[in-house]
Design a protein around this ligand. Sequence first.
Ligand code: CA
Length: 325
Amino acid sequence: MKNIITSLSLLVLLANCPIVQAQSGKTQIDPTKFNNPIIKDQYTGDPAALVYKDKVYLYAGHDEAPKDFHFYKMNEWVVYSSSDMKKWESHPVPLKASDFTWAKGDAWASQVIERNGKFYWYVTVEHGSVHGKAIGIAVSDSPTGPFKDALGKALITNDMTKFTDISWDDIDPTVYIDTDGQAYLFWGNTACHYAKLKENMIELDGPIHHIKELPHFTEAPWIHKHKDWYYLSYAYEFPEKIAYAMSKSITGPWEFKGIMNEIAGNSNTNHQSIIDFKGQSYFIYHNGASIPDGGSFRRSVCVDKLYYNKDGTMKRVVMTSEGIQ
Ligand code: CA
């Protein structure tokens, strides 16, 4: 009788287990379990993930637009953490646009990077006195903050770049520290820019360059490296798909490789973050489809797995409701 009860208990346990191991040993997706979006308690957009030690820290802008408000209403950034890409822990708000006294709002896209035990957060905001968007830097001793303004002024203002006439071309920073220790900042809308950063991470180290090899570049550059290739992915056209280029050097030349992600559901923007974590590659993005009343200004962050081909190119992303299981 005891064995029967144990067997029954095991069957019940298996029936409730979201992951069913097939006979082949390959993990199968439970079609009744929807893990996307990963953030369900509020609207979030412009994800940027940081792998640090044995966790992933997910930074995003908080979409606060009411249902009848048809533009971005973003005053603060948020952070979540995970050890397995499935369960996400929320943390107190670590940074607000108002923490930059020289800015007048708009907590747009950002990215955090660690160097020598400090966490540097590169953010887009609207500048208070120089017309247009600007890039600021916050710093903390912890990946979950609190963060404070690292510079007391903007690192990049609109008047520093003239590759296009628009006032919102200096947005969407992405940072990368190359294997030789040199740090780079990439950013842009319409024009894609990059510059070296000094080791202190809060000053430019040389001129600002313009990358011309990215067809239909809209915004949202993201730099990552996988094996011996550098990848520069970006939002392509509008509404946005994600395309990418590859190079053997972080300074290019870049070779365009095509679209890697289609238009995300019910959102005119499409903002990617690409990481490797515990042996698996992930594509993190937002859409406007996944929770009630979502849309282009009420977005939600999602995660799906990313795979590479043998020649280093990336396979097309399959956006799913099931997400990571
Ligand atoms: Ca500019």
